[in-house]
Design a protein around this ligand. Structure first.
Ligand code: MRU
Length: 358
């Protein structure tokens, strides 16, 4: 189902929201169609939400977690008349967990929903409690993003600066405001931002299709660049920080994020530019010792062979399309979460910041 409506910018200046919960259905802004068209799709069952995550209607680690949580609510609403409601909801949780492998926020949100479900005694109670839990996950994400903006500014220096970012980490990728792009918003509002360089982010083009669009809508000065221009930009000297999000941060401070992040971190170190990762604690996975344990999603070769259905490579050519990479902790100057800033992350500093998660 589609809903027709114009974009949802909210009164708290959270940016263009992409996830709206309506009490009995979920609406997602179809990110595959941006920036050409703003089309909202509506969802009343968990299976179509899982498909929407897999097909990138909704994307970005926190946004995936939030959408999956609402997917569980939809499963609860659908199973309310059945005798085996708990079984049905658990099956929906398992199905949603199959949608994408790398962003741990998905599994973190589903775990929270499952824990809440275990305490429910009836289908009606499950609907009420799971709805409350999904809304809490959503609201906590927005609050974390705003807090991370404040934490980040405290370590960035007062002088106005240019920054470079990768992929899309804004309102579209989260419950609102954004992680790395939330820091960009905070810098802009504090009059400390001269320009954002946005990597176009091949192959899915999150940077050109989403980040450039989000920033333009708010009048934040953005310059779009091909990913391969990053070294040249960093050499020119006006970029002080590279700021990115994360899909999973392991116990030693390694970071999985959109493919191309690792090469940017190497470039930043080479050019003396500082490198910051911004992510809520829902992205932290203390159960994994290092980045080599993170499952890296590989997507279909057509994402590389064609752009919006137009071939840009010989038909049938073999493609390798890992959509995330791992940046080792030693290349990261700061990890910013809502809990605070970890400078030069390593196993000890991660453990100190997340003691209860070890
Ligand atoms: O494949 P995507 O678009 O879901 O990947 C998104 C990213 O890699 C983001 O950088 C990450 O999820 C952080 S979003 C706040």
């Amino acid at each position: 189902m589609t809903e027709n409506r114009s974009n949802h910018s909210d009164s708290d200046n959270l940016g263009t929201l992409a996830i709206l919960w309506h009490g009995d259905y979920l609406a997602l802004l179809d990110q595959r169609q941006l920036p050409d068209q703003e089309i909202w799709l509506t969802f009343t069952d968990a299976r179509t939400v899982a498909n929407a995550i897999r097909d990138m209607v909704v994307r970005g680690a926190p946004a995936i977690g939030i959408s999956a949580a609402y997917g569980v609510v939809l499963a609860a609403r659908q199973s309310k008349d059945a005798g085996h409601w708990k079984f049905d909801i658990e099956a929906a949780v398992d199905m949603l967990a199959q949608s994408r492998p790398t962003a741990v926020n998905l599994f973190w949100a589903l775990e929270r929903m499952k824990t809440r479900l275990q305490a429910c005694q009836s289908a009606a109670e499950a609907i009420a409690n799971l709805t409350g839990e999904a809304e809490a996950i959503h609201a906590e994400d927005v609050a974390a993003n705003q807090l991370m903006g404040r934490h980040a500014l405290a370590i960035m220096g007062e002088e106005p600066m240019a920054v470079l970012t990768h992929c899309n980490t804004g309102a579209l990728a989260t419950g609102g405001y954004g992680t790395a792009l939330g820091v960009v918003r905070s810098l802009w509002r504090a009059n400390r931002l001269t320009r954002v360089y946005a990597d176009e982010t091949r192959p899915w083009l999150q940077g050109s299709r989403l980040t450039a669009w989000e920033l333009q809508q708010e009048g934040i000065p953005v310059t779009l660049n091909a990913d391969s221009a990053a070294a040249q930009i960093l050499r020119q000297g006006d970029v002080r920080w590279v700021i990115v999000g994360a899909d999973r941060i392991t116990a030693n401070g390694d970071v999985a994020n959109k493919i191309g992040t690792y090469s940017l971190a190497i470039l930043a170190r080479h050019h003396g530019v500082r490198f910051m990762v911004v992510a809520p604690s829902s992205t932290v996975d203390m159960a994994l010792a290092s980045g080599s344990d993170i499952p890296i999603e590989e997507r279909d070769g057509t994402e590389v062979r064609a752009v919006r259905g137009v071939a840009i490579a010989p038909e049938g050519v073999e493609v390798y399309n890992p959509v995330f990479d791992v940046t080792p902790a030693e290349l990261i100057d700061a990890i910013v979460t809502e809990n605070g800033v970890i400078e030069r992350p390593d196993r000890e500093s991660m453990k100190a910041m997340f003691p209860a998660r070890v």
